[in-house]
Each structure stands twice: as C-alpha cells, then as structure tokens.
Design a binder for this molecule. Structure first.
Ligand code: FAD
Length: 503
C-alpha cells in the first residue's frame, strides 16, 4: 500500500516527463523567466529513456531534405512543397536555438548530439524516378534546399551509395537526390544534456516519480498527484502552469485533467522495429541517410530508410523502422493503455477511426508477424547482398498518433503530426502525436509558449529573437538572413569541422 505523504509544495511550473519536449520547454522558460521555479517529474530513472532515446528513434534531423512523404503530387502533376518548406523552416528554428545554447555555454560538445550527414532520397521504377526528378526541380529552386543534387546515372550513384549499388542486378531505372547539409541528431544525448543544464540552473528534476492525477484547484492552479516510486508514497504539488510532456503517456494525463479541449481525442499506437548492423566492414561502406518510398498502404512514418548513425562517437548503421501494432502507448507502458484511453467522450471518434483504418490495422498486424528473413528481404531492396547474420533486430519507441474529428476527414480521422492541446486560460498544455517530432521540438514549444503565455510575449520577444534570430520571419523570403543563419549555426554546432568519414 502506498504511504501518504504530507508533502504539498507550490511552484510556478511543473513539467511532466523528461523527454526532449519538456527539456526544450524547460530550457526556454529558464532563459525567458530565470526566476520562475520549475519542477520536473519523470517516472523512469533517467531523462530521455522513451521515444527521445537515441535507439528508440531514427535520429533524423527532419528538414524535408529526403523524406518523400513531405512532398505530394497534385492532380495536375505538379509537386506540392508547402509541407517540406514548413518543416525545413521549423528545423532552422531548432538549429538556431541549439546554437544559442552552445554559444552561451549552456551546453557543450555539440558533436555529441549533432553530426553532418548527407540526406538522400532513392527510388526505383520509371514513374518513381519521374516523380523524384519533378520533386528535385521544385525543391532545388528554393533557397532552403540549396545544394540538392539529382542523379540517375548508376556510376554517380555508386559513388554516393556504394553499398546500395553494388551487386544490383535488376535493370529497373533508379535515381537519387543528395544534399550534404543534412544531419544525424542524437536526441537522447541532447535531452540528457538539457536536463543536466536545467539541474545546474536549480530546476528540481525528480526521477522515479510518476504522475497519477491532475486537478484544478480553487485558486486556478493545478494540483498534481505524484507517486514517488522509490519511497512508495504519494505527494501533491501545485503549479500555476503544467506541461504534459509525457510522450505516449500524455493522452491519459490530458484526459485526467478534464479540460474540455482534451475531449473527443483518441490515440492510436504504432510501434517500431529497427535492424541494426553488427558488421563494421558493412557499416564503413555507407555514409548517408537514404530514404525510400513508403509501400502502398503503409503509414507515412514507416518509410524505410538506411541510416548511418553516430552514437557515443561510434558510427553505426540502422535500417527501418518496420511499423507494428502494440496496445501500449509507451515502450515501458501497459497492455491496457489503448483500452483505458477509450472514454465516453471519445468512443464514437475511436470507433469511426477503427472502421476507417481497418486496412492500416491489418497492415500493422502483418508487419508484426514478419519473420526476420522477410525483414531481410525488405533490407535487400536497399542492400542487395545483405547477410542475415550481419543484422540484429531492436525494438524502437512507440508513437501514439492522434485521432480526432476534423472537417476535412470527418469523424475519427488519424493525424500524423504533432498537436498542442491547451486550456483556454493557458494554465495547462499537452503535446500529442509524434511526427516530425523531436526535430521540430523548438518550434512546437514556442507554440506552447505563445498559446499559454500570450500576455508575456511582448516582454519576451527580444530574448526570443536573441535565441532565434529568424523568429517571426520566413527564412525562405529572406535569403541573406538564411545565409547568415546557415553560416552561424554550422559554426556553432561545429558542422563544418566534422570531416565526413570516407569509405
Ligand atoms: C520509431 C521512431 C522513429 C522516430 N524517428 C524520428 C526522427 O528520425 N527524427 C525526429 O525528429 N523524431 C523522430 N521520432 C519522434 C521523436 O522520437 C518524438 O517526437 C520525441 O522523442 C517525443 O519526445 P517527448 O518528450 O514528447 O516524449 P518522450 O521522449 O517519450 O518522453 C516522455 C517522457 O514522459 C515520461 N512519462 C510518461 N508518463 C508519465 C507519467 N505519468 N509520469 C511521469 N512521467 C511520465 C516517460 O517515461 C518519458 O520519459 C521517432 C519516433 C519513433 C518512435
């Protein structure tokens, strides 16, 4: 039986969960309002152990340089690059904020969390090659995508991606784009660095503390019920502002808050599996993130890609993610997560989604059932002579996609982006959804700040501009500022110093 504790504290801000989102919001708030008191509660033993952990996500600095699902073909055959532009602009915001932290000595050794790495898209078959060429033509005209190259020449491709091109026997046309300004980001390392920084700034980070309930107090603040797992006791803490940054755990906590904005929303978990290469000779032959095209019927987050990764100074090679179905909302979650997220107010939304997404559910269940050899066959579309003994399977993080009723999609529409849900008075906000995820954490947390502290924005604006020089403008429309931002972020994050590893 849990012991009750008489601990009952008051604070300005409570952040629930120690992933990249809380890390980013906490760091921003410490810069904007240094004298605010912040407490963090995390149910696991360390920061960044769920989706933000380096092996639980793909570590792609999503800037739409290679992800084909960010550009779609319009009915007239032209390519819509709106989404790609937005994501690229958002990633530039992250790069500027991280640079500010390094330049101000708040975090050090950027090479421990970000490395330059070419981003490539690769397709096969005549119609896919034609699509990629059109996409390249549309993007390469835009200053955000400067430096992108296209080739359908097998000898050029063999220079770019030797491992993928060697022993390729089929005669199908093949093409790729390449841009050298891509990055590999270790979001786990960055999350841990940010929490170390927050602790140095006096933020109280409580590990092994799980939030069980949230209630609005009569003075408008939030009372949070916390289970201190090690001490096996219950504590209560009050805060004027609460951020629910619990990743897959956010939906349940949002529901517990009872705010009307959190009603009629459901969650659909999609799990991930990577294949990781254990053969150093194979690892050495590849140096890029190469994104392919999603299979027909596959959700956009299961686009296969072959990625060089840098983890703790070591180069590795990952392929995936394979999607799958598990009813858990967190990797360390419960099999009851999906069932207990169904409430009277979202049951119709969930049922509508269930009926609409039968083919997705079927696809995910089929993905779970794949044998290692069947997964190797998918890998062989990238590396024709990949050997089974060189590759191991690892389980990645869970992504809970948002289900809600939308005008365009109707009742129970599955969303693939991230969503900030906040109370009208700005006293509580939750982050739901998973994509493009960690890469756009800074943009998304700025959205939380704008929605929850509108009365402070004017006062904070000059500090925000100091941290993010492009704040409030689109870099695409300001090529000189874009060049300046490119040069200064590359310098601060030491992206020019890191010589690419040659094969
Ligand atoms: C397979 C896969 C591939 C991905 N690839 C990429 C990629 O290439 N690039 C990219 O930018 N993004 C990627 N993402 C998305 C990215 O990982 C997430 O968007 C991001 O890590 C989410 O951060 P978070 O802080 O919201 O959640 P998390 O990192 O999951 O953190 C939430 C924290 O809250 C804690 N928590 C939960 N419930 C409670 C509770 N009740 N009380 C206390 N603590 C609680 C958890 O233990 C956890 O530590 C990928 C995700 C997956 C799963």
């Amino acid at each position: 039986m849990e012991k009750m504790s008489n601990q009952h504290t008051r604070t300005d801000v409570i952040l629930i969960g120690a992933g990249i989102m809380s890390a980013t919001l906490g760091t921003m708030l410490k810069e904007l309002a240094p004298d605010w008191n912040i407490k963090v509660f995390e149910k696991l033993e360390r920061a960044g152990e769920e989706s933000s952990h380096e092996l639980n996500n793909a570590g792609t600095g999503h800037a739409a340089l290679c992800e084909l699902n960010y550009t779609s073909e319009k009915p007239d055959g032209s390519i819509d690059i709106t989404k790609a532009i937005n994501i690229n602009e958002q990633f530039q915001v992250s790069m500027q904020f991280w640079s500010h932290l390094v330049k101000s000595n708040l975090i050090r050794n950027p090479q421990e969390f970000i490395m330059p790495l070419p981003h490539m898209s690769m397709v096969q078959g005549e119609s896919n090659v034609a699509f990629l060429k059109k996409r390249f033509e549309a993007l390469s005209k835009n200053p955000l995508f400067k430096g992108m190259e296209f080739s359908e020449d097998p000898s050029k491709l063999a220079e770019w991606i030797p491992l993928i091109m060697q022993n390729r026997t089929e005669n199908e046309p093949i093409a790729a784009t390449k841009i050298d300004s891509g990055t590999d980001v270790n979001f786990g390392a960055l999350t841990r660095m940010l929490f170390d920084h927050l602790e140095r700034q006096g933020v109280e980070v409580n590990y092994k503390h799980s939030i069980q309930d949230l209630k609005r107090a009569s003075d408008g603040s939030w009372e949070v019920k916390v289970h201190d797992i090690a001490g096996d006791k219950i504590e209560y803490h009050n805060a004027k502002f609460v951020f629910i940054g619990a990743g897959g755990g956010s939906l349940h906590l949002l529901q517990k808050s009872g705010i009307p904005e959190g009603k009629h929303i459901g969650g659909f978990p999609v799990s991930g599996i990577f294949m990781v290469c254990n053969n150093p000779e194979v690892i050495e032959q590849h140096h890029a993130k190469v994104y392919g095209k999603a299979k027909v019927g596959a959700p956009p987050m299961s686009v296969p890609h072959l990625d060089t990764r840098y983890i703790e100074g070591k180069k590795s090679l990952l392929f995936g993610p394979f999607a799958g179905f598990s009813p858990k909302f967190l990797k360390n979650g419960s099999m009851l997560d999906l069932v207990t997220s169904v409430k009277p107010n979202n049951v119709l939304t969930m049922l509508a989604a269930g009926a609409k997404e039968m083919s997705l559910t079927k696809y995910l269940v089929q993905q779970v059932m794949l044998s290692k050899e069947q997964r190797m066959e998918e890998l062989r579309e990238f590396i024709p002579d990949a050997k089974s003994e060189d590759w191991d399977l690892i389980v990645a993080g869970q992504r809970v996609q948002v289900i809600k009723d939308t005008e365009a999609g109707g009742k129970g529409t599955l969303q693939f982006g991230t969503e900030v849900v906040n109370a009208a008075d700005g006293s509580i906000a939750a982050l739901l959804g998973a994509s493009p995820g960690a890469s756009t954490a800074v943009h998304v947390m700025l959205e939380v700040i704008k929605k929850c502290f509108p009365q402070r924005i004017e006062e904070w604006e000059s500090k925000i501009k100091e941290m993010i020089p492009s704040y409030g403008v689109r870099l695409m429309d300001h090529p000189e500022l874009l060049e300046e931002v490119r040069t200064s972020t590359a310098e601060a994050l030491e992206l020019n110093k890191k010589q690419p590893v040659h094969n």
